[in-house]
Ligand binder design. Structure first.
Ligand code: 9WN
Length: 433
């Protein structure tokens, strides 16, 4: 099956970005700011690439999986050592190759949200005839199972059936207001010199602060110094995040489809998806009408309305869906008539429309909300968001994130997941299912 036609200008420009950022075996999130392979970026990128070349999309995911650890974790970053000076912390900080369970390619010890099995299934579906020819699903299935096993065995630190993140970077929403209270307990005085090559590519006002970076490095050092061993040492940051766990549940459903397609038993994956969906109930905040994060260290819920808390809409059979739909369509988010979904409650006092994960609209998160709206039958709202996302991506050269109301671009440009997900929405089978 050949890829369906996509809307002219946008498709050409998006493919141009993906080609420019393609290294030959994976796609950089952005050539300057992010010079290595990032985990959840690659999964989003594969979802767009499948419309251009399903084989390249397969390769994207399989290259990432080459960085998988023996304990099953898929690392946040797989490093290109030739560019170690260009991003910090780099391979020389993590020294992962000295850790027995790490692969021979240098990586971080941290992880990112588990959207990979979902992406693998979407990539397969884009070309169901060619995929078996390359044995794509049989090759990736055991690795994806091992990844989810890692989450279930090493990361269920709260004992409630949900995975915890041990660092804000692991959530993919680095300076979300959800982490503020927990980070207040974390020192901002790491041993390691804090280098900021990121500031050559984006203004400090659009990146995490120096103080936040101090805490990020401190936490990373602690984890590195215990050889990234989850079962040894003490955690200073341990959070259950709704989007992380919703993506895990969504990916379990995809693992069930993959298992079925290759003659394996899908039942355990369906059971785990249902268990995760039920366990997410422990993060639900009735009053706010969405999911919040749990601080596992002091066992409290962080009662803030962020986009992370509406993403569980991607799950079919979510009992809280009617209330969460009301919330996302209400005054805290889409009721304020933004062009895309703000990353934080626009009615909050500390909402900031141009500051990273503290207010701006991100293309991956809006794409997830579009999928969530469609999952629960809200096609009209999904159509409107999809049209805005595609227009803003093209108009502003595929920015990293935008002001939710004006659409003013921020962060880096020619950002790969922005191009990939706009391309996905521009194709018929990308946006409708
Ligand atoms: C740290 C690559 C990554 C994304 C994250 C985004 C940003 C890195 C950073 O860029 O994080 O992982 O340097 O700030 O927050 O979601 O995966 O695009």
């Amino acid at each position: 099956m050949s890829a369906p036609p996509v809307a002219g200008d946008l498709a050409a420009a998006a493919i141009g970005v993906l080609d420019a950022n393609w290294t030959g075996s994976y796609t950089l999130p952005a050539t300057g700011l992010y010079p290595h392979q990032w985990s959840w970026d690659s999964a989003f990128i594969a979802i767009g690439l499948r419309h251009v070349s399903p084989e390249r999309a397969q390769r994207e995911l399989e290259t990432l999986l080459m960085g998988q650890w023996a304990d099953g974790r898929i690392p946040q970053i797989v490093y290109d050592v030739s560019r170690d000076e260009d991003y910090s912390p780099g391979a020389s900080f993590w020294r992962s190759t000295q850790i027995p369970s790490a692969p021979s390619i240098p990586t971080t010890g941290l992880i990112q949200p588990p959207n990979h099995a979902w992406a693998a299934w979407e990539v397969h579906r884009a070309d169901p005839a060619a995929s078996p020819a390359r044995d794509f699903l049989p090759r990736v299935y055991p690795r994806l199972v091992a990844w989810h096993e890692y989450l279930g065995t090493r990361r269920d630190r709260g004992g409630r059936g949900l995975a915890s993140v041990v660092h804000p970077w692991e959530s993919g929403m680095d300076n979300s207001p959800l982490w503020d209270k927990a980070l207040a307990r974390v020192p901002s005085t790491p041993q390691h010199e804090i280098l900021r090559p990121d500031l050559l590519h984006a203004d400090l006002s659009e990146r995490p602060s120096e103080k936040e970076y101090g805490k990020y490095f401190w936490l990373a050092e602690q984890y590195r110094d215990r050889e990234c061993d989850d079962l040894r040492g003490e955690d200073s940051f341990l959070m259950e995040d709704p989007t992380f766990n919703a993506l895990w549940a969504r990916s379990e459903l995809s693992l069930a489809s993959i298992a079925e397609a290759i003659g394996r038993d899908p039942a355990p994956h369906r059971v785990r998806a249902a268990e995760l969906t039920a366990a997410l109930g422990g993060l639900y905040d009735e009053e706010l009408g969405l999911f919040v994060a749990r601080d596992v260290i002091d066992d409290t819920l962080v009662r803030k309305a962020t986009i992370s808390g509406v993403v569980p809409l991607i799950l079919p059979g979510l009992s809280q869906a009617p209330a969460v739909l009301r919330t996302v369509l209400g005054p805290r988010f889409l009721g304020s008539r933004p062009l895309m979904v703000p990353s934080y409650d626009v009615t909050a006092e500390d909402f900031q429309p141009a500051q990273y994960w503290r207010g701006p609209a991100w293309f991956n998160m809006t794409w997830l909300v579009i999928r969530g709206l469609r999952t629960h039958g809200r096609d009209a709202e999904a159509d409107a968001l999809s049209a805005n996302l595609r227009a803003l991506a093209l108009e502003h050269r595929f920015p990293e994130y935008v002001d939710p109301w004006t659409g003013a671009p921020h962060g880096t440009r020619n950002f790969s997941w922005t191009a990939a997900l706009a391309l996905d929405l521009a194709t018929f089978h990308g946006d409708r299912r």
